[in-house]
Design a binder for this molecule. Sequence first.
Ligand SMILES: Cc1ncc(COP(=O)(O)O)c(C=O)c1O
Length: 479
Amino acid sequence: MEQPLPQIPAAFIDPRGGNVVEVQALLQQGLDLLLKLMSEATGRSPLPPLGLDLEAIATLPSDPQHWLTPLESLCRASMNAAHPGYMGHMDSLPTTVSIIGDLLVAALNNNLLCVEMSPVFSRLEALLLTQIAGLFGLGPQGGGLLTSGGTLANLAALTAARNCAFPQALTAGMMGLGRPVIFASELVHTSIHKAAMILGLGTEAVIALKTNGRGQVDLADLQAKLKTSRAQGQTPFALVGIAGTTVTGNIDPLGEMGAIAHDHGLWFHVDAAYGGALIWSDAENHRLEGIEQADSITFNPQKWLYVAKTCAMVLFRAFDQLSQQVQIPAPYMDHAPDCPNLGEISIQGTRHADILKLWLSFQHLGRSGYGALIERSYDLTRYFLHHIAQRPDLTLATLPEMNIICFRATPAHLPPEAWDDWNRELQRFLTAQGDFFLSLPRYRGNVWLKAVLLNPYTERSHLDRLFAQIDQFTPFPGE
Ligand SMILES: Cc1ncc(COP(=O)(O)O)c(C=O)c1O
């Protein structure tokens, strides 16, 4: 006798259509909750207090439970990037079609590990990323892979860079290969240090380059450190430029860095996790000039292209060479003549089809939609800067080149040693008011406030209110 299925209506979608009514009811409950949460997001603060019994909710049940009410509690207490006052980090309101894309991808449950497990999505990813590599000017051999976040994209790029410089690393490892080093701005994202650690080079293999007052690599320091490094017996193999530093959104002199990298035979990687989006704006894409010299680029559509997390990519100038540089063939997979098994040339194995929500977002918004969103956020940034300029007690960390503004209060009636605490208190005060969340990065040894103007629904009136709250702030009552 065949064992019966557990009596849980709609646990799966019956492929014979046997439970359409039950499934529809369940999906409708989920969609109703989703729409309520997202369309009423201004009713919750940008960073709601936890305020729920997480331990009780997290207890593993033995039997099926009612989950809709605790699910709603979990969602209501979650970080609320949909709120126009959420400005702390590079988290965006996702495009509506990326939500649809993720829902369908979960249902289809394909696997980007190999072509036979994702015949459409592997090819869609390859086709779309070849075009995006072309947009960045990487030439006819360009192509790329999606990754779960920019950290893995940077790791993939530096793995290829290392294996290109030291081909024996692929099979024999790094023993006896001297001291390979990577050059990058002192402001580089920590994922570059993680990559150096994972690649067996150690974090000290990342040589920090000084930056100027605009957070950009000092080229004279780069030249001097390259010379010293060689004189000390190190083997430089990669140079990393940044298009959008994490704290201040500045852009390194990519053209000059690319030329130096090629003069010295270094792999040139550009971490454009944030700033890569500018390529979609005719008005602002000039800021990325020089990126076309890159050997590899990291770019996260999950940030400024508003695609739901995760959606990041690593692009290569010579995509086909990955098969020599990093490929580890898997004997249990068939090979298609027209498309590589993406899991054989990437770090991740089983992988979600993030490409669908990226493709859908391009379809729904088009280049013009993205261009308009980017240009609007520059307009809002100018308005933000106008507010700062009117207040002598506020100081900018650098002149913004993107929609990231890093600033701090520098109240003249207090000594500079008191400013870090003042800014910490100011950030807590703003968060507690429930209208705004700004983050509190450390930058050049001090505490700053960071605002990322990503949300399409943030308006000038929100900024007026933010600055009114900043003006109201007195950390010590009675001062
Ligand atoms: C410049 C830069 N590179 C890399 C990353 C890492 O990306 P992820 O957090 O998606 O791994 C970030 C994250 O903010 C970033 O700002």
